[in-house]
Every structure is written in structure tokens, then in C-alpha cells.
Design a protein around this ligand. Structure first.
Ligand SMILES: [Fe+2]
Ligand SMILES: [Fe+2]
Length: 393
């Protein structure tokens, strides 16, 4: 027996399980199988099941599903731009899983361009906004930054929560870190061309939330520019996102001190790479690349920087890549004691220190990328207030 409400319930359970369990986890596979079976049952009765999500209303074909009035996912899907969902033809289990992945990415990016109707690769599942608002493609020659409107508010909030979680529990929530990176990757490809959504610091940001999101975006962009596979691009994104996670272990007075640090304070500050690596290694074996990058991102190519290596060796490619992106974002940002550097000034600095501090090949690729993509940098205000420091932390 098919039942559209039962399908939607199991659909939501599968989405929830996918946020909790990673690929290959039996619970994830089980809920996905159950939702997929409900869909097959539904399609046995109705060739092209069509759902519409409008505010609190869920409509199946022409029929409102009143039993789902309290169902929160209808509103969340609608806000994420999935206001209409149609299953046409045969949907394979893989299509269905891929579709759920995309829905999850969109739900956490609910501000992204909702006027665009999207289609799945195999066109068996269609979802998008209700009605077309006559919004045509970008006029030739115009830049997508002019038409894209999104904020990274949810990503920033998620990352602040994550940093707070690391600080209070000592654990790194990998699922959320992956969700942020997946969202950033979707935001970067929101238009036909690449967009670099970078946040501009409005308020003092003690745990470098803004900086971490920017380094994640730049690292993914550079990895993509170098032709790395999508999986590696995301792994570099996670590493960029978490490179400064060790700062959650630095006393707040040192982190927020506006003036010059004393030698002792500097020594404390310089412990953040090792502290970050320890946190990430303790958390998950899947975070070993992020742990390496956290440890190595202040080490220069000539062996300078910190921590000092007892036995000199080359750092990982990902560390050298994040290092370039890290310094770029740091210099482009205003600090209490200095203004933000100009674009050309930063590229000049990277060029001067190429071969000493930075990997020359990466500086060259980064420079080419930024010259090519600079017009596609979407500078977004970060207007959220930082998460208050918990009492006793
Ligand atoms: Fe750092
Ligand atoms: Fe950093």
C-alpha cells in the first residue's frame, strides 16, 4: 500500500540519518532503503508523484496532506528552494541517494538563489521553486556575483557552534564540519561560473570563524584550480576549515589581546598548531589530513616558522596550500593594529616570499587563480555577533 505521508516521513528520517551517520553506516543505509521502498510503492500507484511544499502546507498532487501540518521539513524544504518535488520515471537507488545529498546541502544553504529551477542529472527527480519567475540566464558578460544573493550565516553559526563544542567537550563534530564544507562547495558553484564567497569581518572574531570559512573557500578553490578530484577538494576544504581549531585551547586573554604579545604569550599562541593536531587526531581517524595541516600550516618551506621540526622534512601539499590561503586571508583582513592590505600588495608579498616561506608552484597557481577569479569574489558581510565565551571556559 502506498501512502504519500508515510513516504515523506521516511524521507525525512533518511535525511536526518544522513546528517548523523556517515557513508557506509548501516543505519544510514537502512533508512535510505526504507525511504526508497516507500517511493517505489508510491510510484506503483502514481507514475509521477508530485509534492508541493508551501509554508506549513504539504500538497500531494492536488490533495493537501493535513496529517503533515506539523511536519517541520515542509517549511525547511521550501526555504531551501525545494518547493516542488516530482519523481518522474524510474528513480534508481543511487539517484535517490544523490538527490538526498543535494537536498541536505540546500537545506543548510537555504538562502541561496531559490528562483532557479534545478534538475537532477538523470532528470528522474525534479525539484525547484514553484513557478518560474521569468528569471532568464545571466546576460552574456555579466558576472554572477551581481545576481547571486546568499549569506553564509548558517555556515558561520554552525562553525561557531562547532568551535564551542571543541572548546567545551574536546571533541570535533566531523559531520557538521563536512556539512559546512559541502555547503561552501555548493555556494562556490551557485552560478554558472565559480564564485568565491568570502566573508568580511565586521566584529572582532575571537575564534577566527570568519577567517576559517574564508580559508576553507580559498583552499577548495585552489585545489579545484589545480585540477584535484572533488573528494580531495572537499578534504582540503575540511583541512582549511579546521586549520586553526587549536586556537580554542589558547587562553582568551591571549587570543584577544590587541597589542603586541610578550614572549610568553607568543609561545602560548604558537602552540595552536600542535594543539589543533592533537584535537583532530583524537577525534577521528578520518581527520588525519586536517591534523597534518593543523600541525604544519605555519611551517615555512625553508624550515622556518613554527612548530620547529626536529628533523627537517617537506610539509604535506595540503599544508603548503593552506599556508598560502591562510596568509592571503590574514593580510586581506583588517586587524585592530593595521588596515587590510590591498589585493596587489598581498599578491606582491606572496611573490616576494615565494621559495622562502611559500611553495613557488602554489604561489604561482594562487596568483593566476586570483587574477582570473578576483572579479568573482563575492564579499559578504559577517554581521553575526560572536558566540559569547561560556562561563568558566
Ligand atoms: Fe594558524
Ligand atoms: Fe589561520
Amino acid at each position: 500500500m502506498s501512502d504519500p505521508a508515510r513516504f515523506l516521513t521516511s524521507f525525512a528520517q533518511a535525511l536526518a540519518a544522513m546528517t548523523l551517520y556517515r557513508d557506509g553506516h548501516p543505519a544510514r543505509a537502512r533508512t535510505l532503503d526504507a525511504a526508497y521502498q516507500e517511493l517505489l510503492d508510491l510510484q506503483a500507484d502514481t507514475a509521477r508523484p508530485l509534492f508541493t511544499f508551501l509554508g506549513d502546507q504539504v500538497v500531494y498532487g492536488q490533495m493537501p496532506l493535513r496529517e503533515l501540518k506539523e511536519w517541520d521539513w515542509g517549511r525547511r524544504l521550501a526555504e531551501a528552494g525545494v518547493q516542488r518535488l516530482e519523481f518522474a520515471d524510474q528513480v534508481t537507488r543511487d539517484d535517490f541517494e544523490g538527490f538526498l545529498d543535494e537536498v541536505l546541502a540546500r537545506v543548510s544553504l537555504s538562502m541561496i538563489d531559490t528562483t532557479e529551477s534545478r534538475q537532477m542529472r538523470r532528470t528522474s527527480i525534479r525539484f525547484g521553486a514553484v513557478g518560474l519567475r521569468g528569471e532568464a540566464d545571466h546576460a552574456p558578460g555579466t558576472l554572477p556575483t551581481a545576481t547571486i544573493s546568499f549569506s553564509l550565516g548558517e555556515e558561520a553559526d554552525t562553525l561557531r557552534w562547532l568551535q564551542h563544542e571543541v572548546q567545551t567537550t574536546g571533541t570535533v563534530p566531523l559531520v557538521e564540519a563536512e556539512a559546512v564544507v559541502r555547503s561552501l562547495a555548493v555556494a562556490m558553484h551557485g552560478g554558472r561560473q565559480i564564485v568565491l564567497p568570502l566573508l568580511q569581518l565586521k566584529e572582532f572574531d575571537q575564534y577566527t570563524t570568519t577567517h576559517s570559512l574564508n580559508v576553507a573557500v580559498l583552499s577548495m578553490a585552489l585545489a579545484e584550480f589545480l585540477g584535484l578530484a572533488a573528494r580531495d577538494v572537499r578534504a582540503f576544504g575540511i583541512a582549511g576549515l579546521l586549520h586553526d581549531v587549536g586556537k580554542t585551547k589558547i587562553p582568551i586573554e591571549v587570543l584577544t589581546k590587541p597589542g603586541k604579545l610578550t614572549d610568553e604569550e607568543r609561545a602560548l599562541m604558537n602552540e595552536h598548531p600542535a594543539a589543533g593536531a592533537r584535537l583532530l587526531l583524537d577525534a577521528e581517524e578520518d581527520l588525519d589530513l586536517a591534523a597534518v595541516v593543523a600541525y604544519e600550516h605555519h611551517i615555512m618551506i625553508n624550515g622556518g616558522g613554527y612548530p620547529a621540526l626536529a628533523y627537517p622534512r617537506a610539509c604535506h601539499h595540503a599544508s603548503r596550500l593552506v599556508h598560502v590561503c591562510d596568509v592571503y586571508d590574514a593580510l586581506r583582513t583588517r586587524r585592530p593594529y593595521r588596515d587590510a592590505w590591498e589585493f596587489e600588495q598581498v599578491l606582491g608579498y606572496l611573490g616576494e616570499r615565494s621559495g622562502l616561506e611559500f611553495d613557488p608552484e602554489l604561489v604561482s597557481a594562487f596568483t593566476r587563480m586570483m587574477r582570473q577569479w578576483e572579479p568573482q569574489v563575492a564579499v559578504l558581510p559577517d554581521e553575526r555577533t560572536p558566540v559569547p565565551t561560556p562561563a568558566g571556559a
